[in-house]
Design a protein around this ligand. Structure first.
Ligand code: PFF
Length: 437
């Protein structure tokens, strides 16, 4: 039964949806701290260099594979080559399926903190610890977050993903601009700005380069087939590299904007920044509670965080839904609701690992940490290496020919892209993976 594949409604459809995927928790709660710790401006320059070379190459590789095959990851490799290659697609889909449950748990925390900010209890001492270890309460918010993700994806590529990304992404920009102004106008904010931006090249070591690489891959959403899937909805006449530059560039701009929100506020209140949950859910609410009108800004901050997380979660669920559709002929509605329900259930142990199941560890990690490790340190880089090698050695030179769409000649720089995919990227990623152990 031949169905026509859905495609993006507008020319910018891919860019908006893919930028929504890229801009997420990784930009807001990780990037500012990692940059500040690793040499500030020097790290940012290094990060941008990596994103626009290796990151961009893999992004473009995924986009090309998806557009050429018009299929989700596993089916795409089968259609273009077959043999053992679909395994790379399965690795991507598995990665998506492991990431979404714990990403949704954290998404649920952001919703919980919108509610807590509205109630005025977000900044109470011990509030965050009590919330995540509560048991059913964070699971309830995880359910809400997953339900919102399902509600968008069930409506389809155009009417769900594209439409909501078009509403949420500009909303995110607005929220961020308001918060940047609030943050950098606090007295003492300049210390945070200089921690974030002043370059300190003496802090750049091998470990910094590894940190920049793994941050880059997670941040631009490559390695798990999101861009293969989103790429499969791009029409044949569209040129791909321009869109890739847009998405990668927007993601970098959002990361820098996040740094200008988080760090000035932290330094203005004489705190030392830390990464992740402690910064986002403990330090910032306390800071907001001390500034005039802070409860509103706190609420806006968590609204921003949940919007950013939602557009990323949508893209991860879409990988699973497109896979079920292409490989098992399961219709969107059934696939989305079924996958959403199962992944919600898988997230429950991850959520409980902050409370009742905190003592349950495997290889010395809690269930949440184990899922994170397995997905982001193992599956994601493996998928990325597979995709890069495929474009560099197997799908070449057709990959180049398809870049500009409509059988236009390939750009002159395409051989550089080829060797990035064939050699440079796989070697670098392997080096980071080994370092991760
Ligand atoms: N890029 C998202 C972030 O920075 O939070 C997370 C993410 C989404 C990673 C989709 C991977 C992915 F495929």
């Amino acid at each position: 039964m031949a169905q026509t594949r859905e495609s993006w409604r507008s020319r910018s459809g891919f860019v908006i949806a893919a930028a929504g995927s890229a801009v997420g928790l990784g930009n807001i709660w990780r990037f500012p701290y990692v940059a500040g710790e690793n040499g500030g401006g020097a790290f940012i320059v290094l990060y941008l260099a990596i994103v626009f070379t290796v990151g961009f190459s893999i992004f473009l590789a995924e986009q090309t594979i998806g557009r050429a095959a018009q299929r989700s990851p596993a089916a795409a490799f089968r259609r273009l080559k077959g043999g053992a290659w679909p395994i790379v697609g399965y690795v991507g889909v598995l990665c998506a399926v492991v990431i979404l449950p714990f990403y949704s748990v954290v998404g649920g925390w952001t919703l919980g903190f919108i509610w807590k900010s509205a109630m005025g209890s977000a900044s109470d001492a011990g509030s965050f610890g009590a919330f995540i270890s509560h048991g059913w309460l964070p699971i309830l918010f995880h359910a809400l977050f997953m339900a919102a993700t399902v509600a968008v994806v069930v409506a389809g590529v155009r009417n769900g993903i594209e439409r909501w990304s078009r509403i949420l992404l500009p909303g995110l920009v607005l929220l961020m601009i308001v918060l940047i102004f609030r943050s950098i106008s606090l007295s003492g904010a300049e210390k945070g700005v200089s921690f974030f931006l002043s370059p300190d090249f003496s802090k750049v070591t091998m470990a910094t380069i590894q940190a920049a690489l793994s941050q880059a891959f997670f941040s631009i959403s490559v390695g798990m087939g999101v861009m293969i899937t989103y790429g499969s909805y791009i029409s044949r006449d569209r040129s791909l590299p321009g869109d890739a530059v847009w998405v990668v560039g927007l993601d970098s701009i959002f990361a820098i904007m996040a740094g200008l929100i988080v760090l000035p506020a932290v330094f203005a209140f004489g705190e030392n920044p830390s990464a992740g949950p402690a910064l986002t859910f403990v330090m910032l609410p306390q800071i907001f509670s001390q500034i005039p009108g802070g409860s509103i800004f706190g609420l806006l901050f968590f609204l921003m965080l949940s919007v950013a997380a939602l557009t990323s979660a949508i893209s991860i669920l879409e990988v699973a839904v497109a896979h079920l559709n292409d490989e098992h002929n399961i219709a969107r509605r059934r696939g989305t609701i079924g996958a959403g329900l199962i992944l919600f259930l898988v997230g429950i142990p991850a959520s409980l690992s902050f409370g009742p199941w905190a003592d349950l560890t495997i290889f010395g990690m809690t269930i949440f940490d184990l899922m994170d490790f397995f997905a982001t340190k193992l599956l994601l880089p493996t998928g990325a290496i597979g995709m890069a090698l495929f474009v560099g050695w197997v799908f070449w030179p057709d990959a180049a020919k398809s870049l500009n769409g409509n059988d236009e000649p390939p750009p002159r720089w395409s051989p550089i892209w080829r060797w990035m995919c064939a050699l440079v990227a796989p070697i670098l990623i392997l080096w980071v993976m080994v370092g991760g152990f």
